[in-house]
Design a protein around this ligand. Structure first.
Ligand code: GRF
Length: 217
């Protein structure tokens, strides 16, 4: 497959596909950031891996083309990934944004370093299989750490393991419960994810092995 869109010098309007499995807060936030002019991009497709989640309604309400591909109907990661990429192929997608997407994907060459995820911890801590939702924040509290945060990273074939783009810290406060810590982390996610997508849109992210260099604006 060929790579569509030329991002070398930054694209005026990045064409984004959003993949989700849950409440769609990340999609809502991205829509707001785009509408507010913080991200020079357009969401051209949404794929959901679950049939009855709030995120699907968020996509519909925003008038975005939605494809629902329930993960449990596919035998394995390969079959599911093929269906996802088939759904994206008519949309000339520049960047795939995982937004609370809980399924693993294969990464075809066409999408290498073109799929981003945000994780609600300071990776590589508290990431990997099983670390999602409230469990992440519960594990952070149990560890006794005094800081947590969020991480935007490029996606490779392993859970939460691709090259790190941006990270932001939040304090762990006395009396925190998973819910209060999670809310503090998500407030930071609302700023961090649009910032990372903007850097991508501006052609300012260069992957060098495990490191992502941020080029000057
Ligand atoms: C957040 O915890 C984020 O870090 C993770 O998914 C959660 C948001 O999901 N990737 P949603 O947007 O509310 O569905």
């Amino acid at each position: 497959m060929t790579v569509e869109g030329d991002l070398a010098g930054g694209s005026p309007e990045l064409r984004i596909a959003v993949l989700l499995s849950g409440t769609g807060r990340t999609l809502e936030n991205l829509n707001a950031a785009i509408a507010g002019g913080q991200v020079p991009a357009r969401v051209v497709a949404v794929v959901s891996s679950r049939a009855a989640v709030r995120g699907n309604d968020v996509a519909r309400a925003a008038g975005l083309p939605l494809t629902v591909l329930p993960r449990r109907r596919f035998a394995g990661v390969e079959e599911f990934s093929d269906a996802v990429y088939r759904a994206l192929s008519p949309h000339a997608v520049d960047l795939v944004v995982l937004a609370g997407f809980l399924s693993q994907l294969t990464i075809p060459e066409r999408y290498r370093d073109r799929i981003m995820n945000i994780h609600p911890s300071l990776l590589p801590l508290f990431g990997g299989h099983g670390y999602w939702g409230e469990r992440v924040h519960r594990a952070v509290l149990e560890s006794g750490m005094k800081v947590s945060g969020c991480t935007v990273h490029f996606v490779d074939e392993r859970y939460d393991a691709g090259p790190i783009i941006l990270q932001r810290c939040v304090p762990v406060l006395e009396g925190d419960e998973p819910e209060t810590l999670g809310a503090r982390v998500f407030a930071e996610e609302r700023r961090l994810y649009p910032e990372a997508i903007r850097l991508f849109a501006e052609g300012r992210l260069r992957v060098e092995g495990r490191r992502v260099r941020i080029l000057p604006g």
